[in-house]
Design a protein around this ligand. Sequence first.
Ligand SMILES: [Zn+2]
Length: 284
Amino acid sequence: MALDSEGRYYHIRRLEAAAPVVAAFTTRRGGVSRGHLAQCNLGLAVGDDPEAVLANRRLALDGVGLPLASVVAAEQVHGDRVARVGRGEAGRGATARETAIPGVDALITDEAGLTLMIGCADCVPVYLLAPERPAIGLAHAGWRGTVGRIAAKTVRAMTEAFGSRPEAMLAAVGPSIGPCCYEVDEPVAGPVRRAFGQAADGLLIPQDRPDRWRLDLWEANRLTLLGAGLRPENIGVAGLCTACHQDRFFSHRASDGRAGRMAALLALRPEGGSGAGAGPSTSP
Ligand SMILES: [Zn+2]
């Protein structure tokens, strides 16, 4: 993961080098929101002025060369469902929550000019790229989505829809709350043990207090991707904790739920295009 020169975005260079894609994660820098949502809150459901959020979204998308009208957002219900989207869905969830793709936490497409977007403030964004016949997937994995193996379900959906081969796919686990900060109790640890069996011993780090653990969502999602058939060398983990770096990130945990949202953005660029815009080129 590389931070751009103004500190506004992380780019996942490995994915961007493998195919004509934009794979980015926004930071809280570079927007117009104020107070605890300063500066670049992209969430429409966190009590921010909607005009400010839309201005932030335009700024954020402009900054990576993607039009806001190309965005497709998932509703994000902490479930494990995946939707295939195409140009017919362009703009869904871009400027209003109500139009987001309902009931899903992951999106896949093989169409260029469409920007998959997931809002995050601690939850894990999982980026997927099948470079051979370019197709992309983006999943939102909080603890529930992680226990539901949404990353593997997204891999499977890409295989079924596009013929993507897991052994050729690249994945990235983006910035999110790390094992350094994500303390959980039995209502979370129990489902993690049931979902991961023996491997849960390595995912739940015991704390001084009884019935308290720190949960490693990054490793849980890495294991899930390995289980889905990805090669270890093709899975990158950003290792950036949102709760540790509040100068750069919003963190739900670190701000007692009063956090703005960053966005994971993933788009296939049109052939020969520098951005995902479908409009006429104005440059020579
Ligand atoms: Zn941390």
